[in-house]
Design a protein around this ligand. Structure first.
Ligand code: TYM
Length: 331
C-alpha cells in the first residue's frame, strides 16, 4: 500500500479539538487503506524552550492520545521522531537545499517572530526538518490541518529540487491530505482565528483531556452572532458555522441536515447538543487514556517497536540520499 505520514508536536499536555478533527480523525480513517507512519515531533518541540521532565511527559501523553483516538499501533507505525536519528540527518540535507530568503518567507516563522517570540535558529529551520520527516518515508499523502499547507508546499518544492539536482527517482513528491470543512476548527471565543495550543485562551479551547463539565461550559459560552438562525455561513456566522462543523464531524450528520433539524430553534439548543456530542465522543477517549497512562512501560514498548519499523524505511532512504548527494559511504 502507498505510504502516508503525519506528526504532532508535544507542546501541551492535551491535544485540542482542532488537532483531533483536523488531523487525528483522518489518521485513523486512513490507516485502513495506507501503510501509515505517525509520530510525536519531539525534535520540533525543542524549538520551544521547555523543562526536560515536562517535555518527556508530554511526549508520552501525546503518543497515548494518538492511540486513545484510534491509531492502532499494530497496523500503523507509531513512534517518536527523536528515536529515528535519520530525521535530523535528512533535515540537514534539506537545510542545504533551501534558500535563506525562501525560509524567511515562511509565515509561521514570520508570525511567531512578529509576536515577539524569542526565535532560535531551530524555529527558522523547522520547515526543513518537517520536509525531512515526510520525504524520509516516500509519503504519498500527508493528513494535516489547513495551517500546515505552506509547510507541505515547501516540502514539495524541496523534493522536486532534490530530484532535479540529483536525479529522478530520488524522493517522492507528497500530496497534502486536507479535508475541507474540518481542516480549520476555530477558537470558541474568537471564531475568526484557529483554535491553537499557544494562541487560544482557555475558554476558546476544547482540550481532549479536559473535565467534561468544563468542556460543556466552554461550548455553552461560545461566541456566536446577533442573529438567531442556525445556518452555515463562515463569512457572516463564523461561530455558528464552527459549532456546526464540530457537530457534523463527530455525529456524522451532514451540515444541511443539522440546519434543517435546528430550523426555528435558538443557539442555546445548538450549543447544548454540540456539548453533548463532544462529551459523548471524549468520554471513551478519556477512559482509554487513563488505562494507557497507567501502563507507561507498555507505551514505551509500543514506541520502541514503532521506531524499529520506521528505522527500516529511514535507513534505506538515507542510504539512497547519501549516495545521490555524493557522500562517501562508510566502509
Ligand atoms: P501541530 O502539532 O501544531 O498540530 C497537529 C495537527 O493538528 C492540526 N491542527 C488543526 N486542524 C484543524 N483545526 C485547528 N484549529 C488545528 N490546529 C492544529 C495541524 O494542522 C496538524 O495536522 N508542524 C506540525 C508537526 C509536524 C508534522 C511533520 C506534520 C512535524 N513534522 C510532518 C506532518 C508531517 C505541527 O506543528 O502540528
Amino acid at each position: 500500500a502507498p505510504r502516508i505520514l503525519s506528526g504532532m508536536q508535544p507542546t501541551s499536555d492535551s491535544l485540542h479539538l482542532g488537532n483531533y478533527l483536523g488531523a487525528l480523525v483522518n489518521w485513523v480513517k486512513l490507516q485502513d487503506e495506507f501503510d501509515a507512519y505517525y509520530f510525536v515531533a519531539d525534535l520540533h518541540a525543542l524549538t520551544v524552550p521547555t523543562d526536560p521532565a515536562v517535555l518527556r511527559d508530554r511526549t508520552r501523553k501525546t503518543a497515548a492520545q494518538f492511540i486513545a483516538g484510534g491509531v492502532d499501533p499494530e497496523r500503523s507505525a507509531l513512534f517518536c521522531q527523536s528515536h529515528v536519528t535519520e530525521h535530523a540527518e535528512l533535515g540537514w540535507v534539506m537545510n542545504c537545499l533551501t534558500g535563506f530568503g525562501e525560509a524567511s518567507r515562511m509565515t509561521q516563522f514570520k508570525d511567531k517572530t512578529a509576536k515577539g517570540q524569542n526565535a532560535n535558529v531551530g524555529l527558522f529551520t523547522y520547515p526543513m526538518l518537517m520536509a525531512a520527516d515526510i520525504l524520509m518515508y516516500d509519503a504519498a499523502y500527508v493528513p494535516v490541518g489547513e495551517d500546515q499547507r505552506q509547510h507541505l508546499e515547501i516540502t514539495r518544492d524541496l523534493a522536486e529540487r532534490f530530484n532535479t539536482r540529483f536525479g529522478e527517482g530520488g524522493l517522492v513528491v507528497p500530496e497534502p491530505y486536507i479535508v475541507k470543512g474540518s481542516a480549520k476548527i476555530q477558537d470558541l471565543q474568537d471564531p475568526t482565528s484557529k483554535m491553537s495550543k499557544t494562541g487560544s485562551s482557555p475558554k476558546g479551547l476544547i482540550d481532549l483531556m479536559q473535565d467534561p463539565a468544563k468542556i460543556a461550559k466552554n461550548i455553552r459560552s461560545a461566541v456566536t452572532d446577533t442573529e438567531a438562525e442556525v445556518r452555515y455561513d463562515v463569512e457572516n456566522k463564523p461561530g455558528v458555522s464552527n459549532l456546526l462543523v464540530i457537530h457534523s464531524v463527530l455525529s456524522g450528520t451532514r451540515i444541511e441536515e443539522l440546519e434543517r433539524a435546528f430550523a426555528g430553534r435558538g443557539y442555546g439548543d445548538l450549543k447544548k447538543e454540540v456539548a453533548d456530542v463532544v462529551v459523548d465522543a471524549l468520554t471513551p477517549f478519556q477512559k482509554r487514556m487513563a488505562e494507557l497512562l497507567d501502563d507507561p512501560a507498555e507505551l514505551d514498548r509500543i514506541l520502541a517497536s514503532g521506531a524499529d519499523r520506521a528505522r527500516v524505511v529511514a535507513q534505506a532512504t538515507m542510504a539512497r540520499v547519501r549516495d545521490l548527494v555524493g557522500l562517501v559511504p562508510a566502509a
